[in-house]
Design a protein around this ligand. Structure first.
Ligand code: NDP
Length: 249
């Protein structure tokens, strides 16, 4: 795990990932670099980890400080150690359904949907958000499971009406409690990816849990929903990478 700078949220995420590694019995090496680290220095570390046989998975915590280009760094992580599945080769493999790693947050969402017993095939699925790390891969995974998928974003007209069609609604917006009961269909599966701070600094999701909990068939809380599943999927990807590197079936 590589963390650059002192973004408080990133510090918490990395700490939680370290704890998860310890819980499942993985060795983890944390490299905490100062905010003024140069691209050359960071690339040199990535290269060292790419060539370190003790390392099966590399995670560079995003976002990086502004002077560093996420894309350049991610593109230099070895594809078979890219346990976040952000490298363009892994993204392409997900598109064609031929992959070793799934991106952690969307994969965690799929597990949560599966845990409700809801079959995705044939269902109306609406994803709010189209980022490369959540919205787009989420839509792709729902499509692979034969959902009828709509991706919405900030230019979508009448978002509420589109969301109300959803049997499965995934919110990945980054706006505190934006999704209210009038966005959801009675009995829908509502998965909240958002991690926001409200006006009082309290951690909350994109969905107004209290407003929606009676109307939804299933709903995930924040904290305690998608976040822990994301970390579980990171552990799964790391195990997959480790098995592949050591030739274990
Ligand atoms: P981005 O900011 O990259 O993307 C947000 C998306 O939401 C964009 O596509 C944007 O549209 C869309 N959007 C913004 N406002 C509206 C609106 N009013 N109506 C409809 N769509 C809107 O965020 P991320 O995808 O990176 O993250 C989303 C949320 O998920 C954040 O709260 C983040 O913290 C959280 N997150 C949680 C993780 C976890 O492990 N639990 C992991 C990753 C993220 P447009 O493209 O048009 O700008």
């Amino acid at each position: 795990m590589v963390i650059v700078g002192d973004d408080p949220a990133s510090q918490v995420y990395v700490k939680n990932k370290e704890k998860a590694c310890e819980a499942v019995g993985f060795n983890s090496f944390k490299y905490a670099l100062p905010a003024e680290t140069t691209e050359e220095e960071l690339l040199a570390l990535v290269d060292k980890l790419n060539n370190d046989d003790r390392v099966d998975g590399i995670l560079v915590q995003l976002p990086l400080p502004k002077h560093l280009d996420d894309k350049i760094i991610i593109n230099n992580i070895r594809v078979d150690k890219d346990v976040d599945a952000f490298h363009p080769v892994n993204v392409g493999k997900i598109m064609i359904g031929d992959y070793s790693f799934l991106p952690c947050t969307p994969a965690g969402v799929m597990e949560l949907i599966k845990s409700t017993g809801t079959e995705v095939a044939g269902k109306e699925c609406v994803v709010i958000g189209r980022s490369n790390i959540v919205g787009k891969p989420q839509a792709m995974l729902l499509l692979h499971e034969n959902g009828t998928v709509t991706i919405t974003h900030s230019k979508t007209k009448d978002l509420k009406a589109v969301c109300r069609r959803a049997d499965i609604l995934v919110a990945a917006v980054g706006r505190a409690r934006m999704v209210k009961a009038d966005y959801i269909k009675e009995g829908a599966v509502v998965i909240d990816v958002g991690m926001n701070r409200d006006e009082n600094g309290k951690l909350c999701g994109d969905v107004d849990f209290e407003d929606c909990k009676e109307k939804a068939g299933f709903i995930t809380p924040v904290p305690g929903g998608v976040g822990p599943m994301t970390i579980a999927m990171l552990m799964k990807n790391t195990l997959t990478a480790g098995k592949e590197h050591h030739g274990i079936k």
